[in-house]
Design a protein around this ligand. Structure first.
Ligand code: 5GP
Length: 177
């Protein structure tokens, strides 16, 4: 059986999103910004974040995978869809749901640098530093979290739970234990 345990409440998330939006707004002042969401997990966070920033922005999405249908990272990042917007000379802000090993973030940073972005910064709602396997810099972090599998607020397990307003840790219970 699977149970969900509250990890970060809706009000904690919303307070954090406001704080991140404020930091980003101050850093970019009135400069145009291309905000790129890493699908699928970031779409709820991105939608909230951009509505709290008062900046001239464009929005695009990128789709990658490093996780299979289980909870395990395959260790190889694959690009399924790149951006359609031209990137050269632009300030790019990548929005991620969670940085775990950091392989996805590192791949995305390289992808935009190769396309001639003026600057590339990464904003992640969640950060699991104990799992890191790269030295990638995450410029804006919402919450540092321990090594637990989290769902809700856009994050899934087998495509479930994305619609939840808060974040929960997923706990598998073995029947009869
Ligand atoms: P990384 O490349 O940093 O190892 O993996 C980042 C991706 O792994 C995230 O965008 C997310 O899709 C997935 N991931 C890592 N940890 C979790 C977690 O605790 N919960 C969920 N739902 N996805 C996770």
């Amino acid at each position: 059986m699977t149970t969900l345990k509250l990890a970060i409440s809706e009000s904690q998330i919303q307070e954090c999103v406001g704080r991140l939006a404020q930091l980003i707004q101050v850093d970019y002042q009135d400069q145009p910004l291309l905000v790129v969401g890493a699908l699928n997990g970031s779409f709820v966070f991105l939608a909230d974040l951009i509505r709290r920033m008062n900046l001239p922005i464009q929005v695009d999405f990128i789709r990658l995978s490093s996780y299979d249908e289980s909870e395990k990272s395959s260790g190889t990042v694959r690009l399924h869809h790149g951006v359609r917007t031209s990137v050269a000379g632009k300030n790019v802000l990548v929005v991620e749901d969670i940085v775990d090993t950091g392989l996805t973030a590192q791949f995305i940073r390289g992808y935009f640098e190769d396309q001639g972005a003026a600057t590339v910064r990464i904003c992640s709602l969640l950060d699991k530093p104990v799992r890191r396997r790269t030295s990638v810099t995450v410029d804006y972090v919402g919450f540092e979290v321990p090594d637990e599998f989290l769902v809700g607020y856009g994050l899934d397990y087998n495509q479930q739970y994305r619609e939840l307003r808060a974040l929960y840790s997923l706990e598998e219970e073995i029947d009869g234990s």
